[in-house]
Design a protein around this ligand. Structure first.
Ligand code: PLP
Length: 390
């Protein structure tokens, strides 16, 4: 655990740096883009459903239930995921979980034997490494292609006899990329006929911009699960609510689903929180006002472009992943902190040379940070000029 804490030190370092800066300058003078904790209020429909669920005093509503969750909730979720994935799903294809983090751990517990390998595409959500090791597996990282595209040939080159799963995350944290049908078809070709599970981690599916469509993964991968949560699209991160959907075409679906249910139980989750299940059943398909994230993305991109940063325009989620103007991304993040701007170095996502900015903060924070981004970039350019003269 000590070595894990050291490996995950970037988030902790930024948290400590943020606390220090906020103490020194006041919270409103620090521009904190370090955490992916949504700031938008959940939609009104959530509040109404919550009040209704809380007012219901029927007996048994707070008791234990089947480990995969309420049947009525799973029915509603199956219908919604079926629409998104363009396929027929039944209630028994769904396991309600404690967020996507819970769902990922349940799936990995169900499939991994000691030393089995799980491929992830870098840059990636750093917790994947811990989740895989929780269940005796080994994380294998594969670089994404240009503009953070999925590179099926690179995945193919990383496959061994021990490969048990590939995790993809689209819309992506930290890059904002959405994988298109062509990329998915390429990867499907690589995995076809192999005993490798495709795990699609999709907590940002509903947060997409400019009408971008997130393709169905179940259409391309018969051996797949889609893991979703309500943390990001409904701003309910603290409520720990999500689900796993199992592809209806999976070969050994019955045993696999039974393994998920068992894993949910013995990992100590037992079942996803009852009250939230009753609430989200009523508001399937809803999300926060995604146009607010799109507006912030546009604002942030303009500010970064004006200051001469290089970046790929995010198509979804609420992160930017610009190139670090200094070769050492940690040094550049430290330079930004001098401007009271908090970011996370790309090495924290297995991808040095970049830095991540989370734009789930009010527009004013982004606007107020503009001068700091310029100053950090300008100083870097001046240092380079001086170095080339000397
Ligand atoms: C890509 C990705 N997967 C999973 C999670 C975990 O989300 P949850 O709160 O649903 O457990 C996050 C949270 O930031 C994430 O970014």
């Amino acid at each position: 655990m000590r070595s894990y804490a050291e490996r995950a030190s970037w988030i902790r370092k930024m948290f400590e740096e943020g606390a220090r800066l906020k103490e020194k300058y006041g919270a409103d003078q620090v521009f904190d883009f370090s955490l992916g904790n949504p700031d938008l209020a959940p939609p009104d429909a959530f509040q109404q459903a919550l009040e209704q669920a809380a007012a219901d005093s029927s007996p048994g509503l707070h008791g234990y239930m089947a480990n995969n969750g309420y049947l009525s909730t799973r029915k509603a979720v199956a219908a919604q995921v079926g629409r998104e994935q363009e396929c027929e799903l039944a209630a028994d294809d769904i396991v309600m979980t404690c967020g996507a983090a819970g769902g990922l751990n349940v799936v990995l517990k169900a499939i991994l034997n000691p030393n089995d390998e799980v491929i992830v595409i870098s840059p990636f959500f750093v917790e994947y490494g811990f989740y895989v090791e929780n269940h005796g597996g080994r994380l294998v990282t594969v670089k994404s292609g240009p503009d953070f595209r999925l590179d099926p040939a690179a995945v193919e080159a990383a496959i061994t006899a021990r490969t048990r799963a590939v995790i993809i995350n689209s819309p992506n944290n930290p890059t904002g990329r959405v994988y298109g049908e062509e990329e998915l078809a390429g990867l499907a070709g690589v995995l076809a006929g192999k005993d490798i599970l495709l795990i699609a981690d999709e907590p940002y599916r509903k947060i997409v911009f400019d009408g971008v469509r997130v393709p169905s993964v179940m259409k391309f991968f018969p051996e797949s699960v889609v893991i979703t949560s309500y943390s990001k699209d409904l701003s309910l991160a603290g409520e720990r609510s999500g689900h796993i959907a199992v592809s209806a075409r999976m070969t050994d679906k019955k045993n696999f689903t039974a393994a998920l249910v068992m894993a949910n139980r013995i990992l100590g989750f037992v079942n996803a929180p009852a009250l939230m299940q009753r609430v989200i059943e009523k508001i399937q398909g809803q999300s926060v006002d995604v146009s607010a994230y799109q507006r912030r993305r546009d604002l942030f991109c303009q500010i970064l472009a004006d200051a001469d940063y290089r970046f790929t325009m995010p198509e979804g989620a609420f992160y930017l992943f610009p190139e670090s103007p200094m070769p050492d991304d940690a040094a550049f993040v430290a330079r930004l902190a001098e401007e009271r701007i908090l970011a996370v170095p790309g090495r924290g996502f297995g991808c040095p040379g970049y830095f991540r900015l989370a734009f789930c903060v009010p527009d004013q924070v982004i606007e107020a940070a503009a001068a700091g981004f310029k100053a950090a970039r300008r100083q870097k350019a001046e240092t380079r000029r001086q170095n080339s003269v000397s």
